[in-house]
Design a protein around this ligand. Sequence first.
Ligand code: AP5
Length: 228
Amino acid sequence: MTVVVLLGSPGAGKGTQAPVLSRHLDVPVLASGDLLRTAVAKGTALGREADRYMSRGQLVPDETIVRVFLDRLEQSDARAGAILDGFPRTRVQAEALDAALAEAGRRVDRTIFIDVATEDLVKRMANRRICTANGHVYNLASNPPLVAGVCDIDGSPIVQRPDDEEATVRARMTEQIPPLLEVVDHYRKAGVLQKVDRREPISDVSARVLAAIDSPTVIDVPATFPAG
Ligand code: AP5
């Protein structure tokens, strides 16, 4: 089983790089944000709870997301492994994931931390669009769809995410970066952390992410980060 955790600030490029890793390792992407947005769209009890936090740029409570995400990880399509995008986001979540994997005799094999400066991220999010069917990610500046307003992959309309308004983006950075750094530290200490931190076009970041995954050794990451 291969379990890879993708870490990064909101907008760092986790959702863009996760499918690249998924194709490379032939395991599915499990994205916590997509799970929650689906629940919000369906109006379930989980969706109503999650929406209260997501619309303010806050993290959904640990006990809720741990239960939902670990249930998802247990489904049969993830038996051979998974790319985890957006989970864990706090030290409590990381410890719950470690415990669940350990029960099954598994562990997090590698963690890729995509580190991008905050101001670059705020600009990126203003131009982000996602498709309504499957959440495929575009950017009007750096990665536009071939036909304006339409997803290249499934033909569904592409829209702006409600939490990509600038005030909410800034709240997400303030609320979510400190716990993220605790998770980065958790995996650095576990010796499974690889960092990708150059501001480069999407295809170049993909090449670095794949090189980091395929590297037989984990390059030691200093405790003094991130860049932004
Ligand atoms: P979630 O959906 O996970 O959002 P996020 O982590 O804030 O990450 P994003 O999806 O915003 O960004 P990304 O890193 O995937 O970047 P992307 O590839 O899209 O979570 C949403 C909310 O749900 C959270 O705020 C929270 O409330 C809740 N939640 C989720 N998980 C939770 C958890 N575990 N615990 C508690 N609450 C949770 O790229 C961004 C843009 O940049 C795109 O337009 C893309 O095309 C572009 N881009 C990407 N790479 C590059 C590049 N190299 N150069 C130029 N442009 C680029």
